[in-house]
Design a protein around this ligand. Structure first.
Ligand code: GDP
Ligand code: MG
Length: 196
């Protein structure tokens, strides 16, 4: 894949999918509702400031529970392995959660390509509680409200600044292929098989 990839990680319910939909701009996310296959593993092609990239919502690779399971760990590790930039989302209303600390631990040595996203900063400017996330040791938290869109422009500026220099202008001889069909006919399985 020549196009740069940005993954969204974080514990359940912090607003990863809301942020994904906000960035992608209301286009329907790609969701496979087949249990156990690729449920909720949403991805979309998007762009900001003239830079195109794939956005991946990792949530839903795993059952959404409160415990930081081995599955969350694998999800984060896979995201770090596959993505050029990782958006690590935390919940400003909830404050620093033990699972945030665990995810931060996994991301720390990749800090140069991690953006710490303090979501649910709905009262941005007046409310400064996102500063609490400095303690995760991943740099300055970027406050956003995925629900309202507040701060999302600044976030995307930061993200695209970290994208590798790579020519993602349309290449001759390279075509985009879409797999379509009604639910549960095996679209995701075909894509997964083709992509290995
Ligand atoms: P995910 O599990 O991390 O994908 O989280 P979701 O995107 O499903 O969101 C979890 C809950 O948080 C939902 O009820 C959302 O409406 C809510 N939520 C997401 N973003 C925001 C936000 O910016 N502000 C507030 N107040 N709620 C939000
Ligand atoms: Mg989700």
């Amino acid at each position: 894949m020549t196009r740069a990839t940005v993954a969204i990680v974080g514990r359940p319910n912090v607003g990863k999918s809301t942020l994904f939909n906000r960035i992608v701009g209301g286009r329907p996310a790609i969701v496979d509702d087949r249990p156990g296959v690729t449920r909720d593993r949403n991805f979309a092609k998007t762009e900001w400031g003239g830079r195109g990239f794939w956005l991946v919502d990792t949530g839903g690779w795993i059952p959404e529970t409160d415990a930081l399971s081995g599955a969350v760990r694998r999800q984060v590790e896979a995201a770090v392995g596959d993505a050029d930039v990782v958006m690590f989302v935390v919940d400003t209303l909830a404050g620093v959660h033990p699972s945030d600390q665990e995810v931060a631990e996994l991301l720390r040595r990749h800090q140069d390509r991690v953006v710490l996203v303090a979501n649910k900063a709905d009262e941005l400017a007046e409310d400064i509680s996102h500063h609490a996330f400095h303690e995760l040791g991943l740099g300055t938290p970027c406050p956003v409200s995925a629900s309202t869109g507040k701060g999302s422009g600044d976030l995307l500026d930061q993200v695209v600044a970290l994208l590798p220099d790579r020519d993602d202008s349309p290449q001759e001889g390279v075509i985009d292929v879409a797999v379509v069909g009604r639910p549960n006919v095996g679209k995701s399985s075909i894509v997964n098989r083709l992509l290995g």
